[in-house]
Design a protein around this ligand. Structure first.
Ligand code: NAI
Length: 329
């Protein structure tokens, strides 16, 4: 069984080669991402292994089926980049890694909050330049602040556990209530109450039609002045133009994002010698109270090991005709 692994970075190859010793699968690594433009590379492969920014739409699925692909193995949790209905119609199975290390993403969300608030990135630069002044570095206590969590599944729950340790008041909007969170004293609220009450809002729901642009002009209008918005989930949960407007008129006090709606043209690439054509990211970069990381919330040693071993197990189970526990369709 031949596997084409797309969007390969050096660390992906390192982890897959390390953990494939046991499985011995036949993997070819492609640096290119999978999309309609690169679909010809899939000729003769049985499995495609993809990541968050590979774009597997209906046209791409029809082509990969014609090329002989029978399985799409996502090496991530989110699956908004694969047309599942089309995969079903075309008889292609789809597996993913549903949970690898929710704490990795939760902890990165905290890193964004603490950096934006206490400005350690600015202090680091200042001190290296011999500037020991504290001017404009003032932050606020997280203790007793209200944090609104939109979507409290595996990652949201891990995030709430950490916030609990900081002594925050936590409110959650999620159609499914968690007993663990209720025991922790978390309150479930309507989305509009969450928008009104929160000093910090953190997004941990999936990107689905109901959650697309959940942060928009209208919801921003309900928020507290100076609110902090954190998004480590998926870029399109935020309407970027509306958030830029909210930052410009100072309604939004801080923005921390690990994901961005047009990230596939930017993230995971070294564009330091290129002229960046994306006006939104250039504008976001111009704000002193915006912190952007390039979809790295998952990127811990523990998470990489889990992602790699579970992906290899998913593919090996398919090869052996065993039950696919992590099957989406
Ligand atoms: P999960 O499936 O365990 O939890 C998602 C939660 O969102 C569920 O409790 C669900 O009931 C809730 N939800 C669904 N629709 C909602 C709505 N309209 N409003 C409020 N809540 C809603 O998923 P998990 O593992 O916690 O992951 C969440 C998201 O995090 C993924 O969908 C993915 O987009 C993102 N992610 C980001 C990573 C990164 O590196 N930045 C890495 C891994 C995941």
């Amino acid at each position: 069984m031949k596997i084409a692994l797309f969007s390969t970075k050096p660390y992906d190859q390192e982890y897959f080669e390390r953990y494939n010793v046991q499985q011995g699968l036949d993997i070819t690594f492609f640096e290119a991402s999978l999309s309609i433009h690169t679909v010809n590379l899939t000729e003769g492969f049985d499995v495609v292994c993809i990541f968050v920014n590979d774009k597997v739409d209906d046209t791409c699925i029809i082509k990969i089926r014609q090329n002989g692909v029978k399985l799409i193995a996502l090496r991530c949790a989110g699956f908004n980049n694969v047309d599942l209905d089309s995969a079903k119609r075309n008889g292609i199975q789809v597996v993913r890694v549903p949970a690898y290390s929710p704490e990795a993403i939760a902890e990165h969300s905290l890193a964004l909050i603490l950096t934006l608030n206490r400005k350690t990135h600015k202090a680091y630069n200042r001190i290296r330049e011999g500037n020991f002044s504290l001017n404009k570095l003032i932050g606020f206590n997280l203790y007793k602040k209200t944090v609104g969590v939109i979507g409290a599944g595996k990652i949201g729950i891990a995030f709430c556990r950490i916030l609990h340790g900081f002594g925050c008041k936590i409110i959650v909007s999620d159609p499914h209530e968690s007993d663990e969170l209720i025991k922790l004293g978390v309150k479930y609220e309507t989305l509009s109450n969450l928008f009104k009450q929160s000093h910090i809002i953190s997004l941990h729901c999936p990107l689905i039609p109901e959650t697309k642009h959940i942060i928009n002009k209208e919801s921003i209008g309900l928020m507290k002045d100076g609110v902090m918005i954190i998004n480590t989930s998926r870029g399109a949960l935020i309407n970027t133009a509306d958030v830029i407007e909210g930052l410009t008129n100072k309604k939004i006090g801080f923005l921390g994002i690990d994901v961005y709606e047009q990230e596939e043209n930017l993230f995971y690439k070294d564009l330091s010698e290129s002229i960046i054509q994306d006006d939104f990211i250039l504008k976001l970069n111009s704000f002193p109270n915006v912190l952007i990381t390039a979809h790295q919330a998952y990127f811990t040693k523990e998470a990489m090991k889990e992602i790699t071993t579970i992906t290899l197990e998913n593919i090996a189970a398919f090869e052996k005709g065993e039950t696919l526990h992590n099957k989406l369709i």
